[in-house]
Design a protein around this ligand. Sequence first.
Ligand code: NAD
Length: 488
Amino acid sequence: MQTTENRTEVKAIDCSHFIDGEYVPSINGKTFENINPATEEVLGTVAEGTKEDVDRAVAVARRALRAEWGNMPLRQRSALIRKVGDLILERKEELAVLESLDTGKPIWLSRSVDVERAAYNFHFFADFMTTVGTEAYQQDDIAMHYAVRHPVGVVGLINPWNLPLLLMTWKLAPALAAGNTVVMKPSEVTPMTATVLAQICKDAGIPDGVVNMVHGFGETGAAITSHDDVDAIAFTGETITGSAIMKAAAPTLKKLSFELGGKNPNIIFADADLDDVIETTLKSSFINQGEVCLCGSRIYVERSIYDEFIEKFQDKAKDLRVGDPFHEDTKVGALVSEEHYNKVLSYLDIAKEEGGHFVIGGKAAEGFEKGFFVEPTIITGLNSDSRCVREEIFGPVVTVVPFDTEEEVLHQVNDTHYGLSASLWTTNIKRATRLSAQIEAGMVWVNTWFLRDLRTPFGGMKSSGIGREGGAHSFDFYSELTNVTVKL
Ligand code: NAD
């Protein structure tokens, strides 16, 4: 592999829980190994949390909610949240290196997307929280009604491995802004940046006990989701896990926010600007090794430009450099784990069995003795019933299917139990507005992809999620309202 750059001073860390402002081991002392997916080397150990560790963290979070944090003036809390964003930027390089070591994603991506956005999540909500109001109604001369906002309480934040710091901060910042205390559980596969984030929160001045973290596998997550004294769960991960969490949370009727899986369409009409399409489709297909919930893995192309699209798309995609996450020219790093790598490869076998044609890729990347590298893969010739078109692969793998009419493509696009996002490429504004309103997805991008404004609603419909995050939507989830009626 290429020699690595810019990471000599930053070392991988062992990951302990963070409870009541301190790093602590598991009560039973158990740990597991954290593996670098690009080299298969052991990065360090991770504390393996049990129900007892979760009990401890929840009790501490409950106590902190009733103490200083619950009564802190808005401006002071906002300043602390802003400071967390500042400290993330101060430790940008360290966090970026840890994120790339853990996930296998290119270092430039960790810097420019994951860490930048993590800081902005805090800066954004530090500002936004000072503008959030409630409702008030005057009922003639009879009564005055107004709503008062409270934190929900102790919130469990459970996250996946693909954008570890970005997604944890996307939940943590608004949860804190709304006055909650939290127990976070990062993915067992990518525990390092959350471990540093906990200390950053303390360094920013957030009181001990407000931000707690317990590491571990699904069982640790389940101890949070079934806990009597946890009031809400914000979860991002697989649809099937969301379903298990809903069941576990049912007896205690927890408030739930779910950001789940997707199989997002990328619909390209002949009147679109093809150069723009290709440029963006390369990203929406292969950025972060295709391990982004919003990736457009089902590509539909109007038949009159299908051949030209395939030609130009494969021409650029075959030049994407696969390899060492720490090489600045790498475009596609390692998949996050051996388990996930095997899952993605198994879908390539399925594509073959289903009669798919690999325009490029279709196998593990060559030239690597170690690490979980897969070639960017474009598959054609599959029909809409095939598993590779219907199921979330979550790797650098896309299918391309031609279409003839708007009605036909709309039917195919909506013929899925997922409903996270869609991209639509056309210069016909009437068609864009007509189709956008009919696509069953929480987010539709017209002539772009991944363009975000944190005030807008983010989330999926159907099996891709419950609720929305972003701006006021996050605030609504992380708060409860009491309506007060004063008789006049
Ligand atoms: P996952 O569901 O396997 O795990 C996510 C988290 O849940 C991990 O921390 C895991 O330990 C925990 N967990 C597992 N079982 C649990 C249980 N029974 N109870 C409580 N917690 C449990 O997901 P993953 O493989 O880490 O992530 C990939 C998935 O995440 C993909 O489906 C992807 O689409 C989805 N995702 C969605 C969004 C979105 O915004 N919609 C964003 C990123 C990723």
